[in-house]
Write a protein that binds this ligand. Structure first.
Ligand code: AMP
Length: 417
């Protein structure tokens, strides 16, 4: 199928040509006609499948056709709600690209930065607003945004929204939207709570579904190093000796871990930056920009910061640790190999994580390729339940000792004053 077959208008076809999109992806083929026909849509799809264009293109077309002869300040017609700031920015950038030859105006708002610039842009008027829930509610409360004129509402990555505790915000926003509207609802998974939320939002929806979560893994070559916890630092340096790995997204379980890994890499003269929830928004954007432009070779991210990130032609993902939820693994590696590109995922597994690999292999229904020629092989054994209990007790004891010593040191210094 070609984009021309979807009855898209010339200004949009032109923009798609400039983006080098030759044919629609499966979700685009299914969803674009449904949205153009004003249906509510329930989409089961994850990022990487071309989902953004699947809803953005028909929305732009509907607004352009309606507004092209209207003069004056644009009226807000579409609200797109997404869980993370990075995703919001990315969707807004895509809309700007797809709509560049139309009359459509768009902008994005998100928290973590001053609101002044966002408010200035809103005051000039836009047709499409991409937003994260917190900042949106904030600006509504201040009377800067009013949702009365919304005709189309998009809820993107609904399952992530619920994971991140946005349910109350979403419920509040639903009350503020006009009852008569077109709604599009996308989620990578459809557990019961998501289905019941979709029932509250959608009216007689058409369902579209592409690729189950686990199938994202099919185009990506997946390798695994079984190693020891204490060898991971050296193993990573060994992996990065391969200069073909010139741009790699590396996942760390914790924020502190992410900072530590980035610091260690820099000590070894490998350019790296960390991106996670404790970093200021401008730091996060700067790190992402440097990574996308190739100035930073390794971007170390936690799962929360990496959700939905789309890096064109990203080939390599490294799992510095193995997530305990198998779906998270699939989301992580899905950052590479997007839109049909080839991807390579390398996982570094310590003994305690062996059981997570079994879950992952069950979910994706294949075995990860074990690297045999590994200078840092796994020699330690996973701890038994008894050893784990003892180790946890020991950790607790060391923590208490640490705090007790700190307290002592503080009070001593007071006496010395
Ligand atoms: P998304 O799932 O919306 O995050 O899109 C994933 C990636 O696919 C983005 O880099 C898009 O620019 C790209 N993309 C979307 N639609 C197409 C298409 N029809 N042909 C080629 N690339 C596309």
């Amino acid at each position: 199928m070609r984009f021309e077959d979807l009855e898209l208008i010339d200004p949009i076809l032109e923009a798609l040509k400039d983006k080098n999109y030759t044919e629609p992806t499966s979700i685009q083929e299914k969803a674009i006609p449904l949205v153009l026909e004003r249906n509510d849509v329930l989409g089961c799809a994850q990022t990487g499948t071309g989902k953004t264009a699947a809803f953005a293109i028909p929305i732009i077309q509907l607004i352009h056709q309606r507004e092209k002869n209207t003069n004056g300040k644009p009226t807000l017609r579409t609200l797109i709600l997404t869980p993370t700031r990075e995703l919001a920015i990315q969707i807004d950038e895509n809309i700007t690209a797809y709509s560049k030859a139309t009359v459509v105006k768009n902008t994005v708002i998100f928290g973590g930065v001053k609101q002044m610039k966002q408010v200035e842009r809103l005051r000039k008027g836009v047709h499409i607003l991409v937003a994260t829930p917190g900042r949106l509610l904030d600006l509504i409360t201040q009377g800067i945004i009013n949702l009365n004129t919304i005709k189309i509402f998009v809820l993107d990555e609904a399952d992530r929204m619920l994971d991140m505790g946005f349910i109350h915000d979403i419920k509040k926003l639903l009350k503020l939207l006009p009852v008569k509207r077109q709604s599009l609802f996308f989620s990578a998974t459809m557990p019961d709570n998501i289905l019941s939320l979709s029932n509250k939002i959608l009216n007689n929806p058409k369902k579209v579904e592409v690729n189950a979560v686990s199938s994202a893994a099919e185009t990506i070559q997946q390798y695994i190093y079984y190693t020891n916890r204490t060898s991971k630092k050296e193993l990573l340096l060994y992996i990065l000796e391969d200069k073909r790995i010139d741009q790699v997204l590396l996942f760390s379980k914790t924020k502190r871990g992410a900072d530590r890994i980035a610091r260690n890499l820099k000590k070894s003269r490998i350019s790296a930056a960390a991106i996670h929830g404790d970093k200021a928004q401008n730091q996060r954007q700067k790190a992402l920009k440097l990574f996308k432009s190739g100035e930073v070779r390794v971007l170390v991210a936690t799962d929360i910061a990496a959700r939905g990130i789309d890096i064109q032609k990203l080939r390599y993902v490294i799992n510095y640790d193995i997530p305990n939820i198998a779906e998270t693994y699939v989301h992580r590696i899905g950052r590479s190999g997007r839109a049909g590109e080839e991807g390579v995922a390398i996982s570094m597994c310590e003994p305690e994580e062996n059981i997570f690999i079994r879950d992952i292999e069950k979910l994706i229904n294949k075995k990860l390729n074990k690297i045999e020629n590994n200078p840092f092989p796994q020699t330690d054994k996973p701890m038994t339940e008894k050893e784990k209990k003892e180790w946890n007790k020991e950790k607790q004891r060391r923590k208490q000792e640490f705090f007790a010593n700190r307290k002592k040191a503080r009070s001593n210094s007071r006496y010395n004053r």
